[in-house]
Design a protein around this ligand. Structure first.
Ligand code: PRP
Ligand code: URA
Length: 209
């Protein structure tokens, strides 16, 4: 697995704002989506292009480049991944959406799956998994396991914040998957929360604290 920590100053600035404890829900949502837009922009930098022609404004053919592959499918992990979906769709408005529902058991920290709706023919597309947090990595690994069972070969993943422990587990489980993150943080605490982290991203996005 390749991990890419995006160094753009706007990403760092917005992530810094997201770390404020007393941030209102609407600001947390807005900033999560803004950072997600920039992560997906970076993650699409290697998309192959095709040379083609369009009729230009003078009625003459003009050589242009278009994306070669079918639209990617975005894979938000419920719930918190929904907080990055709009931002990704700003950059990829024609992407399809495949939803996966998993939550992390508070005691065991193991992922519990409760829903999935993956688009048909997912094997023919790039899948971009979105979730604010890569903590123990159990949730992301289970999601990627599911996508691979459905035949998906080209998988990318975006996280606002990742822990070194989660990155190591992801590397061992899915060495072929490339991840983009706004920050690699310090460590996990005894409850599996990322430090300094963002706290409970799902609660902050859904206002359920
Ligand atoms: C959070 C987060 C990830 C998961 C990360 O979701 O959004 O999905 O935990 O933890 P892990 O890397 O240790 O698996 P949570 O389980 O809190 O569910 P929610 O999104 O429904 O709030
Ligand atoms: N889930 C979160 O929402 N935050 C963490 O720090 C870890 C898991």
């Amino acid at each position: 697995m390749t991990i890419k920590e995006v160094q753009h100053p706007l990403v760092k600035h917005k992530l810094g704002l997201l770390r404020k404890a007393d941030l209102p829900v609407y600001e947390f949502r807005r900033l999560s989506n803004e950072v997600a837009s920039m992560l997906v922009f970076e993650a699409c930098a290697d998309m192959p292009l095709l040379n083609t022609h369009v009729e230009g404004w003078q009625g003459e053919p003009v050589e242009v480049q278009t994306l070669q592959e079918r639209d990617p499918t975005l894979v938000p992990i419920l719930r918190a991944g929904m907080g990055m979906l709009d931002g990704c769709l700003q950059v990829l408005p024609t992407a399809t959406i495949s939803v996966v529902g998993l939550y992390r058991d508070e005691k065991t920290l193991e992922p519990v799956a409760y829903f999935d709706k993956i688009i048909a023919h997912v094997a023919e597309r790039t899948a971009i998994v979105i979730d604010p947090m890569l903590a123990t990595a159990g949730t992301a690994i289970a999601t990627i396991d599911l996508l691979k069972q459905k035949g998906c070969k080209n998988i990318k993943a975006l996280f606002l914040v990742a822990s070194p422990e989660g990155i190591a587990k992801m590397q061992a489980a899915h060495p072929d998957v490339c991840c983009w993150v706004a920050s690699i943080d310090d460590c996990l605490n005894e409850k599996g929360y990322i430090l300094p982290g963002l706290g409970d991203a799902g609660d902050k996005i859904f206002g359920t604290v």
